[in-house]
Structure formats: structure tokens, C-alpha cells
Design a protein around this ligand. Structure first.
Ligand code: ADP
Ligand code: MG
Ligand code: MG
Length: 879
């Protein structure tokens, strides 16, 4: 028996996504539920794997299965493929497993040729319609299957309209379309040396092959990379009887969301066009009507559509994004999928669905995506600074963005590489522009609706977008945008407010957003479920306060060196480093002490009742000194003898501190062992601050963290100093402090049991631990080879973003186990950037760490990720 590679819509269901693709599985599910779906069949993703393996060829067996599915379709529809009197026409639609809107290709009206087009004209009594369909087929087939660039067709269309005086597509006569068909055909002949195929079975075979191949087109590859969709999923192909929204004024096509995807309100949201075919809405070539007006234009259809929406939403337990077409007053559903939503809507939908009893709290939490939170905690604009409103378009994706105007995707991408903030401005975007969208802060289009390509893609990426902004004219030739009597040239600053649709002149300062009540509800649920504690990385009282307001339950990393970089403190720090004697050094340190102390007091105050982990000085000393070349220049420029002497001395010092690899040199605890007075000062400042806060009734829990320990004896020595200074400062007062270390050197992980003897806690510094485990220096890696490594799939993920659980994670797991084997109560956590990344957080939960620590803005996300990890673990244990 041969493998089944073709399934009729009535043979599949929603669970078969991996095999039938998302579109195919849902078409089958809707067919089973009795919804009005035009008949069709799906060619499986397995068939696409075969196709690729055979060097882009279809097996005979597959061809035979397609033929018999087609024969069945003919008998279901009572039409025949290629029959001049009553032709079956089909669409050939791509359908990947994970939705990739607009990334792959679809061909409509397949089965039309010089004969069947006449049959269609006769059958419908509408020659204009028939030739409109035919020219669309040739255009899509020409560009997708035969590789003729679509602008050739666009310009022929444009010319024809100009010659016949037709402004809009609707004005074109039957004769106009007929002539265009001829011109399209000769264009194909000229560009490819072959005729547009008249044989309908050949059309079908070529179209299916082209859809398979579109899996590997450029934009699909980029989209998969951004969204972490595996390349080996492959794509399914759907072949479906055509229904026509372009037969007349009782026809139309549209897209509807079952709820509002930009705020979650419980109302139908979408757009439609009268007398139009599928692609017209999504492509943004005509600006469509809001779905509400359908209530008046076609009340019965609206009613039916509303019912379909309700049904599908209940069935899938989520907001749906539905494509529909109305053919001569009859509604057809052509696609349903989970609707993309922005952050605000995601929260509201999750909370509302729980309240409506459609899903559980746990399910709601699992639907929250990290990107949603990023977006929600995104910025708005400082209204008081808005001087000149240029125009207002559709508020397609919220959030505010500032950047310089770029009028094509390549420029946007290039400027982004040089570090510029860019706003991509286009009449409309196409999937070819995706790299430009990715590179820009926000997107502005002058045409297209809320479901146009630009809007969908920007929402998906969480980028602000204003579209259909007809108040601006975009002159691509002259690379400028005209709004009223203002001309904005390439490179000029503009601000977008995607929440209100405003386009504003200049760079308006942005402001942080506040959490919605729905987000607070979700976070409350997350806190009830999660086991991991969530701490913040914060180096000063302001960040500590922010962290606390986001729900931090402590500080996991306070880097003390940042306190020395402030200009007023740097000179004292430099004096400390320049000191030739211990006494001189101590004098400078005495000046630094009150500065550090006041910072610590502020932080303790902000974290009243929570632990604060303070890491003692870590970077190499030369980082605090200017560059030798710079000093030399100053020395050459000055006439003052005194200054010359000072500069010369500094240059000597800089040279003496020079290290060929500072990362592996005199850093962290090594510095503390060579210059103990530095750490003594810091410890004293910490306990002074603790004592003074305690006097004011603040509950203080200091945790002193020694960096870069690789050998137990390093920690043993330094711990003694901490205990001694603590004793001196605190005298007989009880202070509940801890001493621990960062585990960031592989040797520390390997000898964790010995190290644990002197530690109350381990905090995994996964940035350095990743560098040292891989033997990569992050700056060099990311700048030089890491991108290639990721492109060539030598590595699946950037290990500096997502924790390498296999290697670095193994070290962490070992160290935790070894440490706890000696001290069961050892506190453990991570404080690298991974502490704010979802998959890494799940790993930390799995191996039983006590906490993760991340930057303040990542905290809400981390709280949710921690709950998601717990929910998944419960699910797994129930299986
Ligand atoms: P995409 O994934 O890019 O949305 P689709 O395969 O969904 O591509 O099709 C593109 C457009 O063509 C959609 O608007 C869709 O509704 C329309 N379409 C697809 N198949 C048919 C069909 N059999 N009859 C009418 N319209 C169709
Ligand atoms: Mg679609
Ligand atoms: Mg480190």
C-alpha cells in the first residue's frame, strides 16, 4: 500500500496540522462542522518532503493520488476540470504548519484557458468577469510559477488603464481585460520563451510544484528565522474549488476577526470589499470598508457571518481570523486561524475567556507571549512635546516609535545596521519588504487597511504601525513624503503613534506605558502558580524602585562598579587606582565610602523586606582610566609642567595595568585579594548602610556576592574579611546577611561542593559562564562569527540569548546538586541575561533553582514564564 499523500477536506481534522498544514487542517475541521467551505483536498507536508528529496520533483504515485482527488472533486461539484462548458476552477493555496501570513504563494482561478474562459463568460453571462479572472490567473501564474517579475504585469495594467481612461479596476471594460490577457501572454512569452500553459492539468502540476518551492523562497526563510519555525516542517498544498467575490455587487470578499485584535473588545472586527477577489483585501490595493457597514449592505450575510464567528471561536476556544467570500448572496468560509493580536488584546482576551468560562486560568497564562509583554510595557509619546501633526492614518499596531524616514526596505535595513533608528515609509508593503520592517522602529503606509500586509506583519513583530494614511503622499522617485505643504525628505525625523494613527513631525520623546488591569490580573494568577522567585538586576535606587513596582521580590544582582562611573566619582576612583601606597589608596577609598553607602541605603530602602545581592567590584581597573593614546594627546597639547607630570604618571599606570586579555586577567575576586582595602571599603559601606536603614525601621537582608571565584580558597579568604568587617560595623546587632559567590567560571561549577563550604548562596552568572564554557568572547563572537554560525545552523540559538542547556546548563545542574549535597539549604539562582528569557527560565525551574534575576522591564514576563514552566511541569507529570 502506498502512503496516503492527499486528503479530501472531509477526511481531515484540526488535530492533523503537522500533516495537513494549519490551513488544510482547519478547512477540514470546518467542513466536518458543516460550515459552508468550498470542496477541495490537501496535499500533505510529507509529500513536500518527498518533493524536496527528489530534487523538486513529484513522484508518479503522488500525481496519481492528486488525479483521483481531482476526479472526486469533479463529481462533488458537478463540474469538470478543463471543460469548456462548465469548467471546474480551483485555487492552489499554500498551507504551512505554523501560520506564515503572506509569506508563501497562492494561485487563484486555475483551470482557465482560452476555451474555458469563454465557457465561464457564457455560463455567467458576464464576459467582463470571466476575463478579469483570466488575467488575474495569468498574472499570478506568471509571477509565481514562471518567475516573471510582477511589476511587468503591473505596468501593463497601468498602461491599459491609462489608454482606456479607466481610473479604477472597476472601470475597466470586458474588452480592456481581454486585451490585457493578450498582452500578459506575450509578456510571458517574451520573458520566459514559453507560452502560458493552456493544458489545465499542466497548470495544476506546475502550480503545486511552485507552492512547494515557495517554502524555500527568500521571504519565507527570513520569516521562519525570525519566528523560530523549523525549516523541516515543509508545507502542505490545498486545492479548492473557486468561489467568486467578483461576479457583481451581490458579491464580495473580506477578512473578519471574531474580536477586536488591537484591544480585545468583544465585537466583530474586519474589512471587506464589494465585487472583489480574495487577494484585493490583503494586498491593500483598494482601501476596504469596515465590517460594520456590511450590516447595512448585506444584513443576512452579516448575521450568518456573526454566527460563524461565534461558532468558530467557541470551537477553537480562541479568537479567530476568518477569510470569507460572498458569491451571489451566498456566504463561504475560506480560512480560519487563531488571530494574531497585540499585547493589550492578548491580555484582555485571556482574562475574558476565563471569565466567560471558555478556558482555565492555566490555559490563559499559557497563551501569554513574551513579545506581548514587551509590547505592553512599550512606550507612548510625550503629548506635551507634540508640535506638528502631519497626518492621521489607521492605528494598525500600537506603541510609539521615532526614527528617520526611509523610503525603501534596503535603505531601512542598511541604516539600521549603522545604528540609526528608522521609520519605514511605503505606499504599501509587500512580503518582499520584510527585512525593512524588521530593521525599522515602526512602519507607515499610505494605502491599505487594518488587515493589510504592513499591519499584520508589524503587529506580529510588536512594532508600531500606521497604515492607510491617505493624508500623506509618498513620492518614491524623489524619496520624500508630502503632507499638506510639508515635505519630509529621506533621513528626516518622524514619530509614529500606532495607537492613535498619528504621524508627527520630528522626534517626540517617548514615555513608558503602564500596566492594564488585565495584565495585573494575569500576573496575580501567575504569582499564585509559580514556584520560582523573580528578582531584579538593579544598580541604583531608581531601578530598584522600578523593579519593585514590576513585582521584583529582591535584587539578584547589584553591580557596584556602575556606581564608580558617575563623572563626580570617577576622579576619586582614578586617584584610588593611581595611588602608589596603601595609605594613599585608603584615603581615596575613604572618600568613596560615603558615596557607596548612600547608594546602598537607597536600594535597601526600596527593597524593604527583600534580600539585596550586592556584587563586589568586578571589572579590571584599567576600565576606569582613559586610553593611553588619549592621555598622550593631552600631554602633547598641554604646556603646564605639572599637568605633564600627572599625565605621564597616568600613562605609566595605564601601561602597567594593561592586560592582553582583560577578561582573563586581574578581575573580580582576584582584584579583591590583591587590593583587600577596596573590598573592605565596599563591605563597610554595605553594613553602614544596613545599620542606618535598620535604625529607620527598614528590614534589610544584604547578600554579599564575590565575583569570579574559581577556587574555594578564594572565597574562603574573602568570606573571612566580610565576616570580620560585618562584626566590626554591626557589633552585637543581629543582621541577617549572607555571603555567596557568582558561579561563572567552569572550575567553580566543577568544584561546587568545596566552594559551597564557604557559601550561603550560588548565583549563576550565565553571561560569563557561557563565554568561558564555549570559549567565546561575546563581543568578538557576536561581531565576527556567531551570525554565520546561526545562519549555517552550526548553532540553533545564540547561547547569549537562550541558555545552552546542554552544556552550560549541565554545569549549572551539576553545581546545584554538588552544592546542595553539602548544604541542603543553599540558595541558588541565576543573574545573567538569561534570567529574562522564557526558555531559560523554564530550565531554571526544572532544575529547581530558587530564583531568576532579570532587568526590571523583564520582570512581568519572568513572572509569567515561571508560572508557565510550572504549568507545563504539572501537565507532563499528569501524562
Ligand atoms: P494567504 O495564506 O496568503 O492568505 P490564501 O491561500 O489564504 O493565502 O489565499 C489568498 C486569498 O485568496 C485569500 O483572500 C483567500 O480567501 C482567497 N482564496 C483562496 N482560495 C479561494 C477560493 N477557492 N475561492 C475564493 N477565494 C479564494
Ligand atoms: Mg489566507
Ligand atoms: Mg561576570
Amino acid at each position: 500500500m502506498s502512503l496516503k499523500m492527499v486528503y479530501g477536506f472531509s477526511e481531515g481534522n484540526a488535530k492533523m496540522k503537522a500533516l495537513l498544514g494549519g490551513k488544510g487542517a482547519n478547512l477540514a475541521e470546518m467542513t466536518r462542522s458543516g460550515l459552508p467551505v468550498p470542496h477541495g483536498f490537501t496535499i500533505t507536508t510529507e509529500a513536500s518532503h518527498d518533493f524536496f528529496q527528489m530534487g523538486n520533483r513529484m513522484k508518479d504515485d503522488l500525481l496519481a493520488q492528486i488525479q483521483s482527488a481531482l476526479t472526486r472533486l469533479e463529481s462533488d461539484t458537478g463540474q469538470r476540470f478543463g471543460d469548456a462548458d462548465n469548467a471546474l476552477l480551483v485555487s492552489v493555496r499554500s498551507g504551512s504548519v505554523t501560520s506564515m501570513p503572506g509569506m508563501m504563494d497562492t494561485i487563484l482561478n486555475l483551470g482557465l484557458n482560452d476555451d474555458t474562459v469563454q465557457g465561464l463568460a457564457a455560463l455567467t453571462g458576464n464576459e467582463r468577469f470571466a476575463y478579469d479572472c483570466y488575467r488575474r490567473l495569468i498574472q499570478m501564474f506568471g509571477s509565481i510559477v514562471l518567475g516573471v517579475e510582477s511589476y511587468h504585469f503591473e505596468s501593463l495594467l497601468h498602461k491599459m488603464k491609462k489608454n482606456t481612461g479607466a481610473k479604477l479596476d472597476q472601470d475597466v471594460t470586458s474588452e480592456g481585460w481581454r486585451n490585457l490577457v493578450d498582452e500578459y501572454k506575450s509578456c510571458i512569452k517574451m520573458k520566459t520563451g514559453r507560452e502560458f500553459p493552456q493544458q489545465v492539468h499542466e497548470q495544476l502540476k506546475m502550480a503545486v510544484e511552485a507552492v512547494f518551492k515557495s517554502w524555500n523562497n527568500n521571504r519565507a526563510q527570513i520569516y521562519r528565522k525570525i519566528n523560530h519555525i523549523p525549516d523541516d516542517q515543509g508545507t502542505a498544498v490545498n486545492v479548492q474549488r473557486m468561489v467568486f467575490g467578483n461576479k457583481g455587487d451581490d458579491c464580495g470578499t473580506g477578512v473578519v476577526f471574531t474580536r477586536n485584535p488591537s484591544n480585545g473588545d468583544n465585537e466583530l472586527f474586519g474589512e471587506y470589499l464589494v465585487n472583489a477577489q480574495g487577494e484585493d483585501v490583503v494586498a491593500g490595493v483598494r482601501t476596504p470598508y469596515p465590517i460594520d457597514t456590511l450590516k447595512v449592505a448585506m444584513p443576512e450575510i452579516y448575521e450568518q457571518l456573526a454566527q460563524v464567528c461565534k461558532l468558530l471561536e467557541r470551537h477553537y476556544k480562541d479568537m479567530q481570523d476568518i477569510e470569507f467570500t460572498v458569491e451571489n448572496g451566498k456566504l463561504y468560509v475560506l480560512q480560519t486561524r487563531t488571530g494574531k493580536r497585540n499585547a493589550q488584546a492578548a491580555m484582555k482576551l485571556a482574562v475574558d475567556f476565563v471569565k466567560e468560562g471558555i478556558i482555565s486560568r492555566e490555559e490563559a497564562l499559557q497563551r501569554i507571549e513574551a513579545s506581548h509583554l514587551d509590547q505592553l510595557l512599550h512606550r507612548g509619546i510625550d503629548e506635551s512635546k507634540v508640535l506638528e501633526l502631519l497626518a492621521t492614518g489607521l492605528p494598525a499596531s500600537p506603541g510609539a516609535a521615532i526614527g528617520v524616514a526611509a523610503f525603501d526596505a534596503d535603505t531601512a535595513a542598511e541604516w539600521n545596521r549603522t545604528g540609526k533608528q528608522v521609520i519605514l515609509i511605503r505606499p504599501e508593503t509587500t512580503p518582499e519588504d520584510i527585512h525593512g520592517v524588521l530593521a525599522s522602529e515602526g512602519v507607515l503606509t499610505s494605502r491599505g487597511g487594518m488587515t493589510s500586509h504592513a499591519a499584520v506583519v508589524a503587529r506580529g513583530m510588536g512594532k508600531p504601525c500606521v497604515c492607510g494614511c491617505e493624508g500623506v503622499r509618498i513620492d518614491l522617485e524623489a524619496r520624500r513624503m508630502i503632507a499638506g505643504d510639508r515635505i519630509i525628505g529621506e533621513g528626516e525625523w518622524v514619530t509614529l503613534d500606532g495607537a492613535s494613527g498619528r504621524v508627527i513631525l520630528g522626534a517626540i520623546p517617548l514615555q513608558d506605558a503602564a500596566a492594564t488591569t488585565e495584565l495585573l490580573q494575569i500576573l496575580e494568577w501567575a504569582d499564585e502558580i509559580r514556584k520560582l522567585r523573580v528578582y531584579a538586576n538593579a544598580d541604583n535606587p531608581v531601578d530598584a524602585q522600578t523593579a519593585r513596582s514590576f513585582g521584583a521580590e529582591g535584587i539578584g544582582l547589584c553591580r557596584t562598579e556602575h556606581m564608580f562611573f558617575a563623572p563626580s566619582r570617577l576622579t576619586v576612583m582614578q586617584r584610588m587606582i593611581m595611588a602608589d601606597t596603601t595609605d594613599e589608596r585608603k584615603a581615596a577609598l575613604a572618600q568613596l565610602l560615603p558615596m557607596q553607602q548612600s547608594d546602598f541605603e537607597g536600594i535597601f530602602q526600596a527593597m524593604d523586606g527583600f534580600s539585596v545581592t550586592i556584587r563586589l567590584l568586578d571589572p579590571p581597573l584599567h576600565e576606569f582610566l582613559p586610553k593611553a593614546s588619549e592621555l598622550q594627546r593631552k600631554l602633547d597639547d598641554t604646556d603646564s609642567i605639572e599637568e605633564k607630570a600627572l599625565l605621564a604618571q597616568m600613562i605609566r599606570k595605564v601601561h602597567s595595568l594593561h592586560e592582553s586579555n582583560p577578561m582573563l586577567g586581574l578581575r573580580g575576586c582576584r582584584l579583591g585579594i590583591l587590593y583587600p582595602e577596596i573590598y573592605d571599603m565596599q563591605i563597610e559601606a554595605i553594613f553602614n548602610a544596613a545599620a542606618s536603614c535598620m535604625d529607620r525601621g527598614v528590614s534589610v537582608i544584604p547578600e554579599i556576592m564575590i565575583p569570579l571565584v574559581g577556587h574555594a580558597s578564594e572565597l574562603e579568604r574573602l568570606r573571612k574579611r566580610v565576616d570580620r568587617v560585618a562584626g566590626q560595623v554591626m557589633q552585637a546587632r543581629a543582621c541577617n546577611y549572607k555571603v555567596g559567590t557568582m558561579i561563572e567560571v567552569p572550575r567553580a561549577a566543577l568544584t561546587a561542593r568545596q566552594i559551597a563550604a564557604h557559601a550561603d548562596f550560588f548565583s549563576f552568572g550565565t553571561n560569563d559562564l557561557t563565554q568561558m564554557t564555549f570559549g567565546y568572547s561575546r563581543d568578538d563572537a557576536e561581531g565576527k562569527f556567531l551570525t554565520q554560525y546561526l545562519d549555517q545552523k552550526v548553532l540553533q540559538h545564540n547561547p547569549f540569548q537562550a541558555l545552552d542547556t546542554e552544556g552550560v546548563g549541565q554545569l549549572i545542574g551539576m553545581a546545584v546538586a554538588a552544592g546542595r549535597s553539602l548544604k541542603p539549604a543553599l540558595k541558588t539562582g541565576i543573574c545573567g541575561e538569561h534570567g529574562g528569557e522564557k526558555a531559560s527560565i523554564a530550565f531554571c525551574h526544572e532544575i529547581g533553582l530558587d530564583y531568576v534575576s532579570c532587568s526590571p522591564f523583564r520582570i512581568p514576563m519572568a513572572r509569567i514564564a515561571a508560572a508557565q514552566a510550572e504549568i507545563e511541569q504539572i501537565h507532563r507529570s499528569e501524562l
